[in-house]
Write a protein that binds this ligand. Structure first.
Ligand code: ADP
Ligand code: MG
Length: 602
């Protein structure tokens, strides 16, 4: 007796399920891909418990005859390929004929399907791979497949399922990727009774992106469209300032198939090259279309990896396409208001804080310089951050500002220095005796405003509003604001509670005359905790900083020499040793010494 046995089908299916069905998201993917292949126009996905207890995919595609419906549940049964040649010309999403039997082997599956011309449909119930019933039913044309109790008969796999939230997040991510690939289809995802995604049929990728990610992001994206004889690359890519902290913002597709491909990812990231700091990822939706014979999609059981027959060819096309898109966008950015990127960088700083080692990633990258030996060597990175102190976000994320401490030769009379000019509508460039000083004009303005609020204005610098402005706040904000009314009065605000979350604003500090009173007070209420324990001085400063941040109008403005001079004078007049424990630097000096080291002159 030999030891080797051919395994029975149901066991093969369970083994295949181990690869194909990692988690509920994989069930959604396989079923939805079948719907796409069936020519559906509308695809709806229903979930319960993150897909653990129920995944249902309903489509209006071509449906199946009763015979086909039964065959579809057999292992290696597919309508999509028939010969070995077909394997090299795959245009459908599926082709392995594995998904349905695999899913059916590890769940309780119900299939209801009807071809358009047929008078009735077919309902098949399968439990753990065993067909329990087959019957005729009345149903609309198309197919509905319900998968209940995933892994009910494979406890080891069930144990590996994560929380409902995690599984739902995986499904949602997968759903988004599939929906991006097929803008012309209607897509809906419903978890219990809640609609998670609802994407109307769209005329273009741009319109789909608009629905998925919102108007603001869609507007910022750069279109890419590039073709050669062998490949086409199209999509929408983010400008560098739209950076993200992880690779989930890369939506990459090969022949409309969502892929996680390291080679492709690398090509995309190299295109951004020095435009992004280390560890940052761009936002990219990119479709690479190549003739099916040039790509092997039969590499991974879930088809999320592909193998290009000629990787350098594809990568070259991707790089060129991306470079073209980015270049045109960068040129266009001369006319884009610069504060967009300045603000983005600021938001990132506030969220993540800046660490010393990140100096290089803050947009300052030493160039690669050929060394004497001919090898490319990087010069020693220069410490470009203020040495002693690192800015930190405040507890509530409100930026507050202070001077860069620690520079021993800190000039306390900025106005005595020569103004070299203004950089990027954001920084004033000064010549110091021992180097170069950059002043963040927006931060400086905020600082001046807040100092004036705390130490200058008071009620004398207050401006009455005629007529007064009425503001309604939700309960928590109203409560917070009512605690701060005395401090607000010290700063020059006159705010009167009116009951039921309503407030009347009678007066505002004169230095904030440009701000919208209702928006400013609302912002203050949102940002200030109803905390009584904070010392009053700190509360005052915190309020002043928040108000100043909100009211500063100087970001992204071209300043005249006169205005720069005035800003420097104002800066000289304020206390540079403020006690604010948080905050970002106001100015930054690059010493001549550092400059010389960079140019290897020492
Ligand atoms: P594959 O997609 O690789 O062919 P599957 O196991 O996913 O394998 O599906 C088997 C077959 O069942 C498909 O080839 C298709 O003919 C049929 N089928 C599956 N889902 C649907 C659907 N939603 N509408 C119409 N036919 C379907
Ligand atoms: Mg399939």
């Amino acid at each position: 007796m030999g030891k080797i046995k051919v395994l029975p089908d149901h066991l093969c299916n369970q083994i295949a399920a181990g690869e194909v069905v990692e988690r509920p998201a994989a069930v959604v993917k396989e079923l939805v891909e079948n719907s796409v292949d069936a020519g559906a126009r509308r695809i709806r996905v229903f979930l319960q418990k993150g897909g653990r207890s129920l995944v249902r995919v309903v489509d209006d595609g071509e449906g199946m005859s009763p015979e086909d419906a039964l065959l579809a549940l057999e292992r290696h049964a597919t309508s999509k390929i028939a010969t070995a040649e077909d394997l090299h010309a795959i245009r459908s999403m599926g082709f392995r004929g594995e998904a349905l039997p695999s899913i059916a082997a590890v769940s309780r599956l119900e299939m209801i399907t009807r071809e358009k011309e047929a008078v009735s449909g077919t309902r098949i119930v399968v439990e753990g791979g065993t067909i329990r019933s087959v019957e005729d039913v009345g149903c609309p044309p198309g197919t509905s497949i319900t998968v209940r109790d995933l892994f009910y008969n494979v406890p080891a796999r069930r144990k590996f399922l994560r929380t409902v939230e995690t599984e739902t997040a995986h499904i949602s991510d997968m759903f988004l990727r599939l929906a991006l690939a097929q803008p012309e289809l209607y897509w809906q995802l419903v978890h219990h009774e809640r609609t998670v995604h609802d994407f109307p049929q769209a005329a273009s990728l741009h319109d789909r992106v608009y629905h998925v990610f919102g108007a603001e992001l869609a507007k910022a994206l750069i279109p890419v469209d590039f073709r050669t004889d062998h490949a086409a690359v199209r999509g929408l890519i983010g400008p560098p300032e739209l950076q993200r902290a992880n690779a989930r913002s890369l939506f990459l597709f090969v022949n409309k198939r969502p892929v996680k491909d390291t080679v492709l990812t690398h090509a995309v990231l190299t295109a951004y090259d020095t435009l992004l700091p280390k560890g940052a990822y761009p936002f990219v939706v990119l479709f690479v279309d190549v003739p099916p014979r040039l790509v092997d999609v039969n590499v991974h059981p879930t088809k999320r990896e592909v193998r290009f027959r000629d990787p350098p060819l594809v990568l070259d096309v991707v790089r060129r396409a991306m470079a073209q898109g980015l270049e045109s966008a960068l040129k266009a950015s001369w006319s884009r208001p610069f504060y967009v990127s300045v603000e983005t960088a600021r938001a990132r700083d506030i969220r993540g804080g800046v660490r010393e080692g990140q100096a290089e990633s803050e947009g300052f990258r030493p160039l690669a310089v050929p060394s004497a030996a001919g090898a490319v060597a990087r010069p020693e990175p220069i410490s470009i951050l203020w040495p002693n102190r690192l800015p930190e976000p405040t507890a509530d994320g409100t930026p507050c500002h202070q001077e860069a401490p620690g520079e021993p030769t800190a000039p306390h009379a900025f106005s005595s220095l020569k103004i070299l000019g203004q950089l990027a509508c954001a920084y004033i460039v000064l010549e110091a005796p021992d180097g170069l000083i950059l002043i963040d004009q927006h931060a400086a303005h905020e600082r001046i405003t807040s100092e004036r609020l705390v130490h200058g204005s008071g009620s004398s610098g207050s401006q009455r509003l005629a007529p007064p402005v009425v503001l309604d706040l939700p309960p928590l904000e109203a409560d917070a604001l009512s605690h701060w009314i005395p401090e607000l009065r010290t700063l020059g605000f006159e705010v009167e509670p009116f009951g039921g979350g309503s407030f009347v604003i009678h007066a505002m500090p004169a230095v904030l005359k440009h701000a919208d009173p209702a928006r400013l007070i609302r912002r203050l209420a949102e940002r200030t905790p109803a905390e009584e324990r904070t010392p009053r001085v700190e509360r005052l400063e915190q309020l002043a900083y928040t108000a100043a941040c909100h009211a500063s109008v100087r970001a992204g403005q071209r300043l005249t020499e006169e205005e720069m001079r005035q800003l420097l004078k104002d800066l000289d007049a304020i206390r540079l040793s403020a006690t604010c424990p948080h905050g970002r630097p106001l100015w930054w000096k690059i010493t001549l010494d550092q400059i010389q080291r960079f140019f290897q002159r020492t």
